[in-house]
Design a protein around this ligand. Structure first.
Ligand SMILES: NC(=O)c1ccc[n+]([C@@H]2O[C@H](COP(=O)([O-])OP(=O)(O)OC[C@H]3O[C@@H](n4cnc5c(N)ncnc54)[C@H](OP(=O)(O)O)[C@@H]3O)[C@@H](O)[C@H]2O)c1
Length: 329
């Protein structure tokens, strides 16, 4: 296939491009070479190259800043995606686009399915949802892949933030009331390479594995429902990859892990430091203690079953993924 990757300087793109290039003729464009919000440039490029597939790694990911810069978030995540979608439809290219767990409101108690109803609770989430709707309403052939809490060597991320903070502070306080599935960009890229070779277009979820495998016996614990008063206000983040923090304690976290997976940022931070052999103490805290501009979903674990079924890619356990990353860091 002839593949065009846009947003090529992003964290995911940096792992994805070399993998795609091993199997396909690959042309990549960073923001300087293609601004996806520049309609004419998008049409000129897609029309000139006529790729079989465009992979959109471009995004506005500043979750907190989006609350006060709504226009910037929607310009890239909605309007820019719309231009790519129209150009792809016009010139016969399929589009692979990425979205986020933040399109959901976090009220679920079991992992979200690709067909569950989004209900974003932040401007960033709304802008990404708008992009999804454009992709789905304009294109016949697309892969729309929602993922979560990315970390990779090509960008700022929660792992690097924790390691940096650990050098500056003996005790770290990390939120415990947001359940998610951290995902290494290397694994996401491997899954994407498989999916785009399958021709199985559609909406998918792909993260590293925090839930028991689909074949495991059903969990015995019935998950607790989130009470409205437990809904957190989230602490600030520089970008989506920088992570979030959470709110109401060990008990709920344990139930989720048993029932449907997910870990808290607190658990993730503890594991990062343990694997790196850092002695810092990590204290759990709540998102109510750290008021951040953007709200984050309290529970945003994504079910990856359909991705595996349609691509053949099996997500690996989050600890294994983190270990591989830490060993390379
Ligand atoms: N990071 C996460 O935790 C996370 C979680 C869930 C979903 N996702 C989604 O996964 C995808 C990849 O995320 P990522 O973390 O790899 O993103 P990233 O590192 O923030 O990279 C995004 C890239 O897009 C570029 N860009 C911004 N505006 C552009 C424009 N108008 N035209 C062309 N390029 C533009 C950025 O350039 P500049 O930096 O120069 O602006 C940057 O190189 C995104 O769709 C994101 O929404 C990410």
């Amino acid at each position: 296939m002839k593949v065009v990757v846009v947003g090529s300087k992003g964290m995911l793109a940096q792992d994805l491009i070399p993998m795609i290039a091993k199997e396909h003729e690959t042309l990549s464009f960073d923001k300087n070479r293609l601004d996806i919000t520049d309609k004419k440039s998008v049409f000129d490029l897609v029309g000139r190259i006529e790729p079989d597939l465009v992979i959109n790694c471009a995004a506005y990911n500043q979750v907190d800043q989006a609350e006060t810069n709504r226009e910037a978030a929607f310009r890239v995540n909605a309007y820019g995606v719309q231009q790519l979608a129209i150009a792809c439809q016009e010139f016969g290219s399929a589009l692979c686009h990425f979205s986020t767990d933040y399109v959901f409101d976090g009220k679920n108690t079991l992992p979200y399915q690709p067909y569950d109803q989004p209900n974003p609770i932040s401007v960033y989430g709304a802008s990404k949802r708008a992009g999804e709707v454009f992709v789905q309403s304009i294109l016949n052939r697309y892969y729309l892949i929602r993922t979560s809490s990315l970390y990779g060597k090509g960008g700022n991320n929660f792992v690097y933030t924790i390691l940096r903070l650990a050098k500056e502070n003996e005790v770290l306080r990390v939120v415990q009331d947001q359940m998610m599935s951290p995902t290494c960009t290397v694994n996401l890229a491997q899954g994407v390479v498989k999916l785009i070779s399958s021709g199985n277009f559609g909406v998918y979820h792909l993260t590293d594995r925090t839930a028991p495998p689909a074949t495991a016996p059903p969990a015995t614990a019935r998950p607790a429902r989130h009470s409205p008063e437990a809904k957190p206000t989230r602490p600030p983040r520089l970008s989506e990859s920088d992570g979030g923090q959470v709110a109401d304690g060990h008990e709920r976290a344990g139930r989720h892990e048993q029932a449907g997976g997910g870990i808290s940022w607190f658990e993730f931070a503890k594991e990062i430091l343990k694997m790196k052999g850092f002695p810092n103490e990590v204290e759990p805290t709540t998102s109510q203690e750290f008021i951040r501009p953007a709200r984050r979903p309290a529970y945003s674990v994504l079910d990856t079953t359909l991705f595996t079924l349609c691509s053949g890619y099996e997500p690996i356990p989050w600890q294994e993924s983190l270990k591989r990353f830490i060993d390379r860091t």
